[in-house]
Write a protein that binds this ligand. Structure first.
Ligand code: SF4
Length: 462
């Protein structure tokens, strides 16, 4: 029941906070299907009972409690938590206790509204008497998604490493699926096989994750790639490769993007979506970049105390950066032994690509940096088209559109914006089909040796 509540701003601190969630049921909103489930299993491995909530069924609830000006992922995740809690209350009746749950909603600092989702959703939960006492916890980009404040410190260190590896594994599994599914000999075989691989991974993480025994996970990845390779009908010609960039939630959440990967595959594409690992690596890279700047400044000013402080921050961040690079390479290499999946971009490469072309700067930050960098990298990697997937009115994605659209149009690289807000747009499929037609033409042109074509006039060489 909705009740009028005089807003107490203290609740933004008391009831949106980091605290030890052991013993509670942690409610995780669904995003990328494989990564979300592996994240929940990482929590299980360190003794936290976590579950991924059913998604998108509560969208009408999310819209009912928002004004329409909020970002679409905020509406979807709000709908998910409200739907889950209502279902749970109905299922448990009198024994439903809101304090048994903790809603997990990460945040980011910086210019985006993502930093406000959990506060805004606090306001909504506070209006519902029966759910007021469900606390919200989060991890933040501010300290590189540290979990030391939401679980015991010894568990946090294991969780961090395990979580990173499983996110990369989820990326690789997705890439195996996208590489094989468009060419599969028997329709549906790839999806059901990937589902089985996921189940094996979940079991492995829960059994061996706490001791960071990762070999079993890597073996599953390798076996999955080796078997998936046999599903490919090698008589089929290679399709145009389409890169999806854009806002992380909508591009990885199939319900929110109306299953754009499958739609593109249906019209003849092979698709690669920007990975989640890319975002995690970017957060670490950006922090290290910041600390390096502080080191330089302290040296210029001969400020020994500041220099010591900056080095103390920089060294562990650099170690983490190299740890991530090493682990990522290790996981991808296991799959690459058997299957030519697309490798992930090095963040330093994306930055160089932008600096060289003076289009945008990592100093401005946000996801635009990654989307623009990845689109330019795709151009050099021989992709045949780029789709920018984002929530309607998303600020970094609008920046990305403003830069990429004229640039890619000029060099005749097929490009399309795909904004989503939950509405069905009858024209969208026609637009995607037209885009795919252009991408096929580009691929044909490349295959017939006309690599440069009109693009030679541009400062970016395809
Ligand atoms: S990235 Fe886009 S969708 Fe996400 S908070 Fe920022 S403006 Fe909203």
């Amino acid at each position: 029941m909705a009740v009028p509540v005089k807003q107490d701003f203290g609740r933004f601190y008391d009831q949106v906070k980091q605290f030890d969630v052991t013993g509670k049921t942690l409610l995780i909103p669904d995003m990328a299907p494989l990564a979300s489930r592996l994240l929940a299993s990482c929590f299980h491995a360190v003794g936290v009972n976590a579950l991924v909530m059913e998604t998108y069924k509560g969208l009408s609830l999310g819209k009912e409690f928002t004004s329409g000006k909020e970002c679409f992922p905020c509406q979807v995740t709000l709908g998910d938590i409200l739907y889950f809690l209502r279902q749970e209350k109905e299922r448990l009746g009198e024994s439903f206790s809101p304090t048994k749950y903790v809603y997990f909603l990460p945040e980011a600092d910086g210019p985006c509204r993502f930093g406000m989702y959990n506060k805004m959703q606090r306001l909504v939960l506070d209006r519902l008497e029966e759910f007021r006492d469900v606390p919200i916890t989060y991890v933040s980009t501010r300290n590189s998604y540290s979990t030391v404040d939401i679980m015991p410190p010894e568990a946090a260190s294991v969780f961090r490493k395990l979580c990173y590896v499983t996110i990369i594994i989820a990326d690789v599994l997705d890439r195996i699926c996208w590489r094989v599914r468009p060419y599969e000999l028997r329709p549906g075989i790839t999806d059901s096989f990937i589902q089985k691989a996921l189940e094996a991974l979940l079991e492995q993480v829960e059994q061996k994750g706490a001791s960071l025994e990762l070999k079993g996970l890597f073996d599953i990845v390798e076996d999955t790639a080796a078997t998936a390779r046999t599903f490919i009908d090698t008589r089929q010609p290679r399709r145009p490769l389409i890169g999806i960039v854009g806002e992380i939630y909508v591009r990885t959440h199939p319900d929110s993007n109306q299953n754009i990967v499958r739609v593109l595959e249906r019209y003849g594409a092979e698709v690669v979506v920007a990975s989640i690992g890319e975002w995690i690596n970017y957060i670490t890279y950006d922090m290290a970049r910041d600390y390096k700047r502080r080191v330089k400044l302290a040296m210029v000013n001969w400020d020994v105390a500041s220099l010591r402080g900056a080095l103390n921050d920089l060294i562990p961040t650099q170690i983490e950066k190299y740890y991530q690079m090493g682990r990522q390479k290790q996981v991808y290499n296991r799959a690459l032994k058997h299957l030519d999946i697309q490798k992930d971009h090095a963040i330093s490469m994306l930055e160089k690509r932008m600096d060289k072309d003076r289009l945008y700067s990592f100093d401005i930050g946000t996801e635009s940096a990654l989307s623009i960098g990845a689109a330019l990298e795709h151009l050099h990697e021989g992709y045949s088209g780029i789709v920018n997937v984002y929530p309607f009115t998303c600020m970094p994605s609008a920046v990305c559109t403003a830069i990429l659209k004229p640039l890619l149009n000029k060099i005749r690289m097929p490009y399309i914006d795909a904004p989503y807000d939950g509405a069905i747009q009858p024209n969208r499929e026609i637009a995607l089909r037209t885009f795919l037609h252009q991408a096929k033409q580009r691929l044909q042109s490349r295959n017939s040796g006309n690599r440069n074509g009109k693009a030679a006039k541009c400062h970016i060489k395809p």
